[in-house]
Design a protein around this ligand. Sequence first.
Ligand SMILES: [Zn+2]
Length: 200
Amino acid sequence: MRKLFFTFIGLFIGIGGQSSQPHLYQASGIRVGISSYAMHIEASKKFNIPVLENSKVINRYIRTGKLVSVPISGKGYRLHRLNYSQACLVPKAKAILQEMAKKFQVSTRGNVLTVTSLTRSLKDQCRLRKINSNAAIGISSHNYGNSFDISYIRFNRQLKPNLKLEVDLEKLLRSYKKAGKIYYIKERKQSCYHITVRNY
Ligand SMILES: [Zn+2]
């Protein structure tokens, strides 16, 4: 009976906790639980960079080296047209992106990934929300400089789904997650993997 009581209380707190807070994130046509996305935000905070308000602030962080520019293309990746983000990341996230892209290219014998989003200022986030109701509501881990998106329908500079490459990409992401280096979420609406690098 005692056990049943606590189970009931736990269930109540669980439901209450979910409904009392807005979902920070909605992706994949299904809602990603707050605890899942909260892990991304927690990982972002570990880099000691506050939420980046606008491009002026982002440029200031670039000047001090806390954010670094990401070249438009490199071994195993290229940047898609960026309308709502800037081509920069914290150094560790840039290193992970480049490392994963290189591995992807080697393991798939020459294929190239497409990065569709990098660091977003709060201002970018608001603009994005106006055209995409599925964009993160409130703070996104993109606002801290340690998240980026990789498309799973664009490979080798063209929009062309490729199930084999998608599986290869997810396999790579899974190994990095298992190693404690990243978190990732599959965003079905955006057809990309949202990847957050941890400050391990
Ligand atoms: Zn994302």
